[in-house]
Ligand binder design. Structure first.
Ligand code: NAP
Length: 469
């Protein structure tokens, strides 16, 4: 068995297999360390916006998180510690470029030309691995240092420099407050004002740490389910989230003109709601300017906006997110009869329960289409998928036959997703949740409780048996 990726998803599958007594698997990781996005996103202030008691494996609670919301170095350290149990099964620097189903087995090809074989293939490459930079005229023109938030240049000293930041999403909300006090002048380009709620963060002292028990975890999970419910329930309940965000903005930003510029105009929750206690402080600092004019081009010395103004800078930072909705996997996956997964998806990625695709026997996606969340921890979803994969592996071990999801089951699931998501909260504005054709391909429409229930048992009736190993 082969697992591609050693982030939360891939390690979760590996650890779950080991816990279930399956030892014959290999994790292929193209980088030289585990951690996925938590290895790549090292920008100042990088931290989790889900409480860490829930942003960790349920089978490996961490009693030593120093904060309620763990910082990136602590999360990466947690993942490295957990990886120890499977480290001898991880191959680093193994860049998978293609996988094809041939003669009842998966033939997995590495960039080096090496070919491996497996009866089960799990793609756990995540949703947020490929940074996105806007296709602006003159992208290569800027002469100073330029980098994306997910590829932070720690060698670039921002002290006293004129820094331009494009984007006001979850990443920018974390690094802008960190770099604002350092920068000589900071220009933040905001296209859409986000809803920002206070972040109830706090250091965790010993008694609180002891509370990292099942009960505390369940409590945080219930709060997440409630937030998801609020965002999904309808306009009125979303209004509650919008009202809290508005009160937060009013409390933090006294100047009416500035407040008006920072006031969200999209429905609450259609983009990710942000949690920060210092975002507005940074945006209203004397050395910060928030620019809301559309960027038209990159110049040698900054960014030009639609009003013709050139905003000069020494350093340019893209906080512009990731290429997600198309789910362009970093590997080419070819199923039965030579069918390419990208062609099957044709711009609208879909998978049964976010994991399996007809015509691709023994192939599983972890954190695949329609399994991201807007209000709770994706770790809950990932763990449900790990258990599901283990059930399929157990079935293969016990019966000698593999499983392939039936087209009818996959189509019914897809229709359900489309119907439930069509007029839901995420259809209200453009975001990384939405594909080019307007459909929501990333997110799960319900609570995690529903997903846990639906994935608890491998429904054999939804599958046809394949030849096995
Ligand atoms: P993002 O949410 O996609 O935000 C990208 C930002 O760039 C948006 O403000 C977007 O504006 C702006 N942008 C893109 N193109 C632009 C252009 N041409 N001109 C001006 N602005 C432009 O990306 P992100 O902040 O990296 O976050 C992505 C996801 O990563 C989050 O939703 C979250 O799931 C995850 N994340 C999680 C954490 C955590 O705490 N766990 C932290 C960071 C990130 P528009 O809104 O107008 O498109």
């Amino acid at each position: 068995m082969i697992v591609v990726g050693a982030g939360f998803g891939g390690l979760g599958v590996a650890l779950s297999l080991l816990r279930a007594g399956f030892e014959r698997f290999t994790v292929l990781e193209r980088a030289d360390d585990v951690g996925g996005v938590w290895r790549d996103n090292t920008y100042p202030g990088a931290a989790c916006d889900v409480p860490s008691s829930l942003y960790s494996y349920s089978f490996s609670p961490n009693l030593t998180w120093p904060h309620r919301y763990a910082a990136q170095p602590d999360i990466l350290a947690y993942l490295r510690r957990n990886a120890e149990a499977v480290r001898d099964r991880i191959r680093f620097g193994a860049d998978v470029v293609a996988a094809s189903f041939e003669g009842h087995r998966w033939r997995v090809e590495l960039a080096s030309g090496e070919v491996l074989e497996a009866d089960v293939l799990v793609s756990a490459v995540g949703q947020l691995g490929t940074p996105s930079t806007p296709a602006l005229p003159g992208l290569d023109r800027f002469t100073g240092p330029v980098f994306h938030s997910a590829r932070w240049r720690h060698d670039v000293d921002l002290r006293g420099r004129r820094v331009a930041v494009v984007g006001t999403g979850a990443s920018a909300a974390q690094f802008v407050p960190e770099i604002q006090p350092l920068a000589g002048r900071l220009t933040v380009f905001q296209r859409t004002a986000p809803h920002v709620l206070p972040k109830p963060d706090a250091p965790r002292h010993r008694p609180a740490r002891a509370l990292t028990s099942r009960a505390a975890r369940a409590g945080v999970w219930l709060v997440g389910e409630a937030l998801t419910g609020l965002l999904n329930a309808g306009r009125f309940s979303r209004g509650i989230v919008a009202a809290i965000a508005h009160a937060h903005l009013t409390f933090r930003v006294r100047d009416r003109t500035v407040r008006e510029r920072l006031r969200p105009r999209t429905p609450a929750g259609c983009k990710r709601v942000l949690f920060s206690n210092d975002w507005y402080r940074a945006l209203t600092a004397p050395n910060t300017e928030v620019v809301t004019e559309t960027i038209t081009e990159v110049t040698t010395s900054g960014l030009r906006t639609a009003d013709g103004r050139e905003h000069t800078a020494d350093v340019l930072i893209w906080g512009t997110g990731f290429e997600v909705a198309g789910f362009r996997l970093p590997l080419r996956v070819t199923g039965r009869h030579g069918r390419d997964l990208a062609d099957v998806w044709a711009g609208r990625p879909r998978a049964h329960l976010g994991m399996t695709v007809p015509g691709f026997p023994g192939f599983f996606l972890v954190y695949g289409p329609n399994t991201n969340l807007g209000g709770n921890s994706v770790l809950t979803m990932i763990e449900a998928q790990c258990r599901y994969v283990v059930s399929a592996v157990r079935h293969l071990a016990e019966t000698g036959t593999g499983l392939e999801v039936r087209p009818a089951a996959a189509e019914a699931f897809d229709e359900e997703m489309r119907a439930r998501l069509r007029d839901g909260v995420w259809s209200g504005c453009a975001s990384w949740y939405r594909s080019d054709d307007g459909s929501i391909t990333t997110n799960w429409p319900g609570g995690t409780g529903e997903y846990l229930r639906r994935t608890r048992r491998l429904r054999l009736g939804d599958h046809q048996l394949t030849g096995g190993a």
